[in-house]
Design a protein around this ligand. Sequence first.
Ligand code: NAP
Length: 467
Amino acid sequence: MPIASVNPATGETLETFEALDGAAIELRLARAEAAYREYRTTGFDHRAELVRRAADLLDDGREPIARMMTEEMGKPLTAARAEAAKCATALRWYAERAPGLLADEIPDRADVTDSGAVDAYVRYRPLGAVLAVMPWNFPFWQVIRFAAPALMAGNVCLLKHASNVPRTALALEELFRQAGFPQGCFQTLLIGSGAVEGVIRDRRVAAVTLTGSEPAGRSVAATAADEVKKAVLELGGSDPFVVLPSADVPAAVRAAVRARVQNNGQSCIAAKRFIVHGEVYEQFATAFTEAMRALRVGDPMDERTDVGPLASEQGRTDLEELVEDARAHGARVECGGRRPVGLDGGWFYEPTVVSGVTPAMRIHLEETFGPVATLYRVEDLEEALAAANDTPFGLSSNVWTTDGAEQQRFVRDIEAGGVFFNGMTASHPALPFGGVKRSGFGRELSGHGIREFCNITTVWLGPPQQG
Ligand code: NAP
């Protein structure tokens, strides 16, 4: 894939970039190693000051940053502004919380005396240079939520961003440079995916985190395993949105629409499969389809736009193929299912609702990365739970019920990294984020996220020696 910034609303190529050659990659790896040697010895106060400065710069530059994201990958401008603001919040959260999250852990003395220790504790130390392979869909947020904890822990960062967001990738490097981070603490590598393996294998790279598709995750994890290096994978999702009879159905419909079309439908934690109890199915399906049909599709720079273009032509083709396969196998397209009329320049697709889905259809098991929802009718809690778990993915889940016992069934049995009741899944700095099954392993955000890239060091002190 060429490294290029292409406006998905128009198809116009804005700028192309040369990939770094071997010597340029080598220079950056050497810089990372040199920077880490010093940076790892700095204290939390110093790191926090730099991280807070990055947050201030993000706030000051919110408008141009948001416009750059929208121009490069098509998310509605209002969503891009919100993304930039959320990044500043997460930077400040880690600046404040990291010292507590990484404070020495002191076990109960009585628990360790039989090890012969007079004292013992756990110190969280950094690992080194961490490579982040990142996707384009939340081009600032995905990077910041990795970088804020990594930098606060004393690691240094190497970013291989998606090839269609090079301007954003360079802007991130510039942000950390302007914030005062020493050269080498945060570097963008403009490289294609083919060059990732060599970087992971380099001895100066300690660990890797990837957010993206399953094939990319498999490849990166295989290399990391071969090198015995730590890896975190945040992969795809096909999150269920379950509606049971006790739900406030109009509220569930409003949340369902937002949960499905956020970021033009291109979110790993977007609700994708809508599993509705027979008692409220007609009410939900009718209102949901109407609301999806009423969304305004168009120019993402226009603040009235609900749904912009898909980020790439290939992304739209993939989505169209899933819908056409379902249609060919007998599914009903309740609304959408085509390109909107009059928006020919960009990669637009109408918000779509598909019902009558069967396991014979690809859409049943594959991730729909765009504004396409599938509707399932179930007759009881058991069927709802079975349908929710009938997916190779396990990122998050949404369940609408006010019944405490039903909630506890989902807490016990849902095969996902999260369950959100009477709301929609959203990431938050204080809450761990990640999945099970083919959605990956490891966690981002919260204390769990910052400790992923730490050397959890046992410190043991024996009794004083005689003579
Ligand atoms: P993608 O093709 O996997 O790309 C993501 C990143 O991986 C890009 O930087 C890409 O580089 C790189 N890459 C691709 N193939 C690779 C390989 N074989 N080896 C090393 N690096 C490789 O993903 P996408 O289709 O752009 O993004 C959408 C996917 O990401 C969806 O499945 C979505 O659910 C998932 N996602 C997950 C989360 C989460 O937190 N769980 C969040 C957002 C998105 P190039 O651009 O150069 O190919």
